[in-house]
Design a protein around this ligand. Structure first.
Ligand code: PMV
Length: 327
């Protein structure tokens, strides 16, 4: 056992969304999802199991997490301790090079990096599928960031979640898509994805129709990715995003992640297409808009987005690798 390891992971953005759990304790998704892991944003996490600390110490972006904010990470460390049989407290140091908790999928890279660092530090021997299962226990979307490129999350059937893990579709060099992450505010999101998914499942009349629509979208998106068919991917990705948000908006009380600029950007992207630039949008549990296009048009698309009133920051990303150990 090495006791200490450092891992780097990249967030992923879902092109067919995950929104709803069949089991909340094990983070088992009610349907599959399909994503792209992104280079250009990263989380680096060092974990060290020590005997000189009374309890876990969690440091996120140079600040100690306390007052309950550390709970999800401590729960995850407890899971790793119970699997390994090594009952030592841990020091976790994690840094994101992008805004945390703003709907930018920091939990996907965060738990992917933590899971990978923990298994190496504790000497747990796992392959990518088992690592994806472990990362999923931290956050559903983290299961996908274990792998690079285009990834499919299998919802699985087993009650213990052993078959709910991510599988590769195409590697990161398959298709030079670009993703422009347009930040529409600096604030944190108003309702976390876990609570919002549960509220949608429990109260939205659109929840079940939404879940029922996912398998076909995955089929279409998988084929579009393999064939590098931008038009089809654009259609299915926007449809999946809008249906996910519609199911959340129809909850009681309704969950609205968008702000005015989010809506302006949706229309802007659709107008770009009418002007002959191939682009599509997707939006997660926050107000930011992620715009996808092909590499040869990225400068033109970015210039058009920068011209929108209120847009300041745009983060550029492209297909990236899965989680890796750096120390
Ligand atoms: O992994 P979570 O619990 O943060 O959920 C992610 C949910 C969305 O980002 C909105 C959609 C997705 O598939 O990533």
């Amino acid at each position: 056992m090495r006791r200490r390891a450092t891992a780097v992971a990249h967030p992923n953005i879902a092109l067919v969304k995950y929104w709803g759990k069949r089991n909340a304790e094990y983070n088992l998704p009610a349907a599959g999802s399909l994503s792209l892991t992104l280079q250009g944003l990263s989380t680096q996490t060092t974990v060290e199991f020590v005997d000189h600390q009374p309890s876990d110490l969690i440091i996120l972006n140079d600040r100690v997490l306390r007052s309950g904010h550390e709970r999800r990470i401590v729960d995850f460390l407890d899971l790793m301790r119970s699997i390994s049989g090594i009952n030592l407290p841990a020091v976790v140091r994690s840094t994101n090079d992008f805004p945390t908790a703003a709907g930018l999928a920091s939990s996907s890279s965060g738990f992917a990096a933590l899971a990978a660092a923990c298994v190496v530090a504790l000497g747990i021997d796992v392959g990518p599928a088992e690592l994806s299962v472990l990362a999923r226990r931290g956050s559903g979307s983290a299961a996908r960031s274990i792998l690079g490129g285009f990834v499919e999350m299998q919802p699985g059937l087993a009650e213990d979640g052993s078959d709910a893990y991510a599988v590769p579709i195409e590697p990161d060099d398959h298709w030079d898509l670009r993703c422009l992450i347009v930040l529409t505010t600096r604030g944190e999101k108003n309702i976390g994805s876990t609570r919002a998914m549960e509220q949608t499942r429990a109260t939205s009349p659109y929840y079940q129709p939404w879940i029922d629509s996912v398998p076909e979208d995955i089929e279409v998106a998988r084929r579009a990715v393999t064939d590098r068919d931008f038009q089809t991917l654009a259609t299915v990705a926007e449809r999946s995003c809008l249906r996910m948000h519609a199911s959340a908006m129809a909850a009681d009380p309704g969950i609205i992640y968008w702000n005015g600029l989010t809506t302006t950007l949706i229309h802007r992207v659709r107008n770009l297409r009418a002007d002959g630039l191939a682009a599509f949008f997707t939006i997660d549990a926050g107000p930011h808009v992620k715009v996808f296009c092909e590499a040869h048009q990225v400068s033109a698309v970015e210039a058009m987005l920068r011209a929108v009133d209120g847009v300041n920051d745009i983060i550029r990303a492209k297909p990236g690798p899965g989680v890796h150990i750096v120390e």
